[in-house]
Design a protein around this ligand. Structure first.
Ligand SMILES: Nc1ncnc2c1ncn2[C@@H]1O[C@H](COP(=O)(O)OP(=O)(O)OP(=O)(O)O)[C@@H](O)[C@H]1O
Ligand SMILES: [Mg+2]
Length: 442
């Protein structure tokens, strides 16, 4: 008998039809389902059943009762994770469920696949947790630094925050291509989508969004290097690690500035570079990421609105005590205005732009729509050269001979908005031939 066959899944529900369905789903995967009615869901009734995992039904009108049961179960049976399920919860119900110790909330009705995936992922998270019996905060605090493999804080990776005080100027384009370029140099690089509410790094990289920072936070172990690593996705073509933003914008407020700080700190122990894409906003989470940054890269469009916002940002940055040296200004679409105009802006700002990126809306947009970054898709273009020059700025220029091995354009054939074919398989959502055409990555 395998370990899976021995797993006891306890269903706490009183809807006979729902119980039968869940029992059938569980049994079909070798789990041993048992059930009790909510009215009998006291520890004295449940302890003898020795469940390995508990599925707890929640009715919106009886949320408080379910929360009390969940709390009692997680206290008495800390090794049996609780998954709650019921009608789609609002943010407050979700927060309360997590606070009561639930590991997940499944919106009913759900498919067999959804349930089984939730069970196996929840089990894996519990087993990999530093100490399943400890509350998340205690366990996280006691995780030794050596787990991350780095004890010397001077060896911590650089955190590059890409931020613009005006939306739509190319922040994500810059963050994605910078991360891919660094990875192409053999640097251990992770790209974090900290545009928590409206992030789209997954689209830029054509990554199947199997998990995100939200699931990591909800696991409670967002401080644990192994759990953080378990929520990173891989860009198949380059091996770049990626932490996506939540898929459900309505749940994004569950990710707090403290969560972001903890996750980014953990990542800095594991990577040479942590590249962070952000939203054009001064909300707390963005401020947290700006404060943590080793370097803040600020893409700016050469128009009055963008320059006004930049002036305000430079003032805010000074107020927040950022080292002025860490702010780098990147003029996007640099050649879309005459050089004299650029000079005028620089005079107005009393500082020059640190870097120029050419205007090339056609290639930039094509790269987004195809899910292949410009530095791979249009490697020979001026746009790619300008974006890769940002890597040189951080790492120093590549010797000429090595340039021949830089990322090459590949024969990607996916069309605009090509159909999703890899859902749930870990493969990119859009069809891609990249895997069969390895590029020269270290
Ligand atoms: N150098 C460039 N020249 C011309 N167009 C560009 C350039 N870089 C990016 N763009 C285009 O600008 C648009 C916005 O790009 P992107 O999503 O990277 O910006 P953003 O600042 O992250 O936006 P948001 O505020 O929505 O997150 C896209 O259509 C992209 O193709
Ligand atoms: Mg963006």
């Amino acid at each position: 008998m395998t370990q899976t066959q021995q797993l006891v899944v306890l269903i706490i529900d009183d809807d006979a039809l729902a119980i039968r369905k869940i029992e059938a789903y569980c049994a079909s995967s070798g789990y041993r389902p048992k059930h009790v009615a909510p009215t009998s869901a006291g520890p004295e009734m449940i302890l003898p059943l020795q469940p390995d995992l508990i599925l707890l039904k929640v009715l919106p009108a009886a949320l408080d009762g379910a929360l009390a049961v969940c709390h009692a179960l997680t206290t008495h049976l800390p090794l049996a994770p609780v998954i709650m399920y019921g009608a789609a919860p609002d943010t407050s119900a979700l927060q309360q469920s997590m606070a009561a110790g639930a590991r997940r909330f499944l919106t009913a009705p759900f498919s067999r696949e959804t349930l089984l995936r939730a069970i196996s992922e929840t089990r894996a998270q519990t087993q990999h947790a530093p100490s399943a019996a400890l509350p998340a905060t205690v366990a996280a605090a006691s995780t030794p630094a050596s787990v991350a493999g780095v004890e010397d804080s001077s060896k911590r990776g650089k955190l590059i925050t890409v931020f613009s005080p005006k939306g739509g100027v190319g922040t994500t384009t810059l963050a994605v291509n910078l991360a891919v370029g660094l990875r192409a140099r053999g640097k251990r690089t992770v790209l974090v989508d900290a545009n928590i509410t409206c992030g789209n790094v997954g689209v830029f990289l054509n990554i199947n969004p199997k998990s995100s920072i939200l699931e990591l936070v909800l696991s409670g172990y967002y401080n644990d290097p192994r759990m953080v690593a378990g929520h990173l996705l891989q860009h198949q073509q380059t091996g770049l690690s990626v932490l996506l933003s939540p898929l459900q914008p309505e749940q994004s407020e569950l990710v707090t500035p403290d969560h972001l700080r903890a996750v980014l700190t953990t990542l800095q122990d594991q990577f040479d570079y942590v590249i962070v894409d952000t939203a054009a906003s001064y909300e707390e989470r963005v401020l947290a990421v700006l404060e943590m940054a080793t370097t803040i890269m600020v893409p700016v469009a050469p128009d009055l609105a963008a320059v006004r916002n930049l002036t305000a940002f430079l003032r805010v940055s000074k107020l927040l005590g950022h080292d002025p040296e860490k702010v780098q200004l990147v003029l996007m679409r640099a050649n879309s205005v005459p050089p004299a105009h650029v000079k005028e802006i620089e005079n107005y700002l009393s500082r020059p732009f640190d870097h120029h990126v050419v205007s090339d809306g056609r290639r930039a947009t094509e790269a987004i729509n195809e899910g292949t970054p410009v530095v791979l898709r249009h490697r020979e273009s001026r746009l790619a050269t300008d974006l890769l020059a940002l890597v040189d700025r951080l790492e120093g220029p590549l010797p000429t001979a090595a340039r021949a091995n830089a990322p090459r354009r590949t024969g990607w054939k996916g069309g605009l908005f090509a159909t999703s074919s890899g859902q749930g398989t870990g493969r990119p959502a859009r069809e891609s031939v990249l895997e069969s055409q390895p590029v020269a990555f270290a």
